[in-house]
Design a protein around this ligand. Structure first.
Ligand code: MLT
Length: 409
């Protein structure tokens, strides 16, 4: 008899964004005329920029001729993209990362989940609370999370680090020993960032304890403040303790095109093994590389014109973030994030529960948000709103919420 992976049986309910989609669909079934505005999942709405489209068209053309056709590419990504990444994302910021430490992929979500393949099931995993659910769920699938405790809304073997307004959204360094530490800055879901000093404390902890930091920098291009690190490798000592994930999804509208990359420095050794060599072994075995056409499109964002164009799109989303933060603040709500991030983390009014406020906004305002409790127990009492919407729809959503909360105009 084929035996299934029993860890899947332990997973609670469905993946957060599937649950939101389910509840939204149930509402629209009952109210087919409702004009819903989506501010839930962080999915982009603006098209790929012209320079990316031009590069993709060229690549399609190349694929149509025998002389320029591309079959399997390098599993690690084409040199043209890896080298462009090194120049713009690392060298230009004075960071020492080589092209063979970059692994191009079909996105940060897959890599954040797949990275677990190279780590033992015995590791103790630390995550921020609230947290991007992919880190927790993928560790649970691998058997690294223990059992789900429905009352505590958490896993028995996961070390949850409250990351809340009370501690300035900076998780405390564990007193005991943890082995794998997920950090995300700019943070999903809170929209807040970690400073150089805060990251340095984590790097020192990881090096002292032979831990590995899994640093998710998917929202890096949203950083506008000067004193915020863009990469963990800007912090001294990170090459010996950190893996970094980057994504083109939010940077350049690739949520549908799918492309990102992971950095595994060659100095990162655990149990005498090179994690760079292990990840290379994993990728060459299980992955045949991101598509040539998509990588050509991704490389176009590293050209002068491409960068100018994606910056215009990023500014469009930043303007939405300001509209949301200003409108909700005017309504007397407490908001976090929105400055170096497309996410606005909003305290619910009058101590309402996250799902309760989510339902109120869905049913009374026809606005879809994400309940903070879905990101972990410390997310209770918050909702997350994304700035990735259409600008007019964002303004309309804010008008509806202002009317609903009857705030001063
Ligand atoms: C989110 O809404 O948290 C993200 O869009 C999900 C993702 O990037 O996978």
């Amino acid at each position: 008899m084929a035996k299934i992976n029993p860890n899947y049986q332990k997973l609670p309910g469905s993946y957060l964004f599937s649950e939101i989609a389910r509840r939204t669909a149930a509402y629209t079934n009952e109210h087919p005329d409702a004009k819903l505005i989506k501010m839930g999942i962080g999915d982009v709405t603006q098209p790929l920029v012209p320079e990316v489209i031009r590069a993709m068209h060229e690549a399609v053309e190349e694929m149509s001729h025998k002389e320029t056709f591309h079959g399997y590419g390098p599993e690690q990504g084409y040199a043209f993209l890896r080298e462009a990444i090194v120049r713009r994302d690392f060298e230009a910021r004075g960071v020492d990362i080589a092209a063979d430490e970059i692994f191009v992929s079909d996105g940060a979500k897959s890599d954040c989940g797949n990275i677990g393949d190279i780590f033992s099931v015995d590791n103790v995993v630390a995550v921020c609370d609230p947290v991007y659910p992919v880190y927790v769920d993928t560790n649970a699938m691998a058997g690294r999370a223990g059992d789900y405790d429905a009352e505590k809304q958490g896993w028995t073997r996961i070390h949850y680090m409250p990351t809340t307004a009370e501690n300035g959204f900076s998780p405390a360094i564990p007193e005991g020993k943890v082995d794998l530490i997920y950090l995300c800055s700019p943070n999903n879901p809170t929209g807040t960032v970690l400073s150089y000093e805060q990251l340095k404390a984590w790097v020192d902890y990881a090096n002292a304890n032979d831990a590995v930091i899994l640093f998710d920098a998917a929202y890096e291009r949203f950083i506008v403040e000067d004193d915020v690190p863009h990469s963990i490798y800007e912090v001294e000592g990170a090459r010996t303790c950190a893996i970094e994930f980057r994504s083109f999804s939010k940077t350049a509208g690739f949520t549908g095109a799918r492309c990102g990359y992971t950095v595994v420095p060659k100095d990162l050794i655990r149990d005498g093994a090179s994690l760079n060599a292990m990840w290379n072994r994993r990728q060459t075995t299980k992955f045949n590389g991101a598509s040539y056409i998509i990588q050509k499109g991704a490389a176009a964002i590293y050209t002068e014109q491409g960068e100018k164009e994606i910056n215009a799109t990023l500014n469009y989303y930043r303007a939405n973030a300001r509209v949301i933060a200003e409108s909700l603040t005017k309504c007397g709500l407490t908001v976090y994030g929105a400055v170096n991030s497309p996410y606005i983390w909003v305290k619910t009014p009058d101590g309402m529960g996250s799902w309760e406020f989510f339902t109120l906004l869905l049913e009374q305002g026809n606005v879809i948000t994400t309940p903070g409790a879905g990101f972990g127990p410390s997310g209770e009492g918050y909702i997350r709103i994304t700035a990735f919407g259409d600008a007019d729809a964002t303004k309309e959503a804010m008008r509806r919420i202002e009317a609903l909360l009857t705030c001063e105009k």
